[in-house]
Design a protein around this ligand. Structure first.
Ligand code: MF3
Ligand code: CO
Ligand code: CO
Length: 248
């Protein structure tokens, strides 16, 4: 269905929201160490966001109980911060969405904790590169299907898989809007990419199968085969000139 088109003026508050989301990730990075709990990371981010006159968008979103998502090891996304203490060898995705004056900025990054396996290092590296391959496939007047096609042909070189149950999304004055941004190859070319669109690209890459399942808490998405999963996310704007990475 309809993809919202924003004006050049809308870019100003959208840039501010996205800049703040990126600043939260930068702020929390120095605290991501062995021994810290995911709930302590949640509190640090929550307080930083509030003190910047913004609202952590996940808090109470469809009943989500915390202000950020913390997804460790085999957790694909939507991990709920809690009493789990990070240990050397873990990988953790921290996903930040802020609502600043009614504009949403959404970004995430996977961090390596202490000494990780070569496999974990490789997965995280490929997940980050997959995000940029997706962004580079975005052209004004191109198609959303170009994104998944490019990411799939990149990731297939490494015997990793791309999660299919979760997608990127339109964003702006709403957190999750049309379209669904598919990260894997699909026959469907999808809708046209046009100047004035704001959306996220956020590929989740698994060591094993792409299949996911949700834990009984109703949120935590894990790999069905318990293999490692990594993710990176940016919010981008399409202009006549090309693409602006708003959370860079
Ligand atoms: N930030 C996530 C995304 O990239 C969504 C989190 S929704 C929550 O779209 F409720 F789980 F927080
Ligand atoms: Co998102
Ligand atoms: Co996000």
């Amino acid at each position: 269905s309809e993809i919202r088109i924003y004006t050049k003026e809308d870019l100003v508050p959208m840039r501010n929201a996205c800049k703040l989301a990126k600043a939260v990730l930068d702020y929390v990075e120095s605290f991501v160490k062995e021994g810290i709990t995911t709930n302590e990371l949640n509190i640090l981010c929550h307080d930083f966001i509030i003190s910047n006159n913004a609202v952590p968008a996940p808090l109470n979103y469809n009943g989500f109980p915390k202000s950020i998502c913390t997804s460790v090891n085999n957790v694909i996304c939507h991990g709920i911060p809690g009493e789990y203490k990070l240990k050397s060898g873990d990988i953790i995705n921290i996903d930040i969405t802020v609502d600043l004056d009614g504009w949403f900025g959404d970004t995430s990054k996977t961090f390596l904790v202490g000494k990780c396996t070569k496999l974990a290092e490789r997965l995280v590296d490929i997940a980050e590169k997959a995000l940029y391959v997706g962004i580079n496939a975005v052209k004004p007047y191109g198609y959303f299907g170009d994104i998944g096609k490019a990411i799939q042909s990149f990731v297939d070189q490494y015997n990793f898989s791309i999660v299919r149950d979760y997608c990127g999304h339109g964003i702006g004055r709403v957190f999750h809007d049309n379209p669904l941004v598919v990260h894997y190859y699909s026959q469907e070319v999808g809708q046209q990419i046009l100047p004035g669109q704001f959306f996220t690209i956020e590929p989740m890459i698994n060591v094993g199968s792409y299949k996911s399942k949700v834990l009984k808490d109703g949120w935590t998405a894990i790999t069905a085969d318990k293999s490692l999963s990594a993710q990176f996310e940016h919010t981008i704007a399409v202009t006549e000139e090309g693409v602006e990475i708003l959370t860079a």
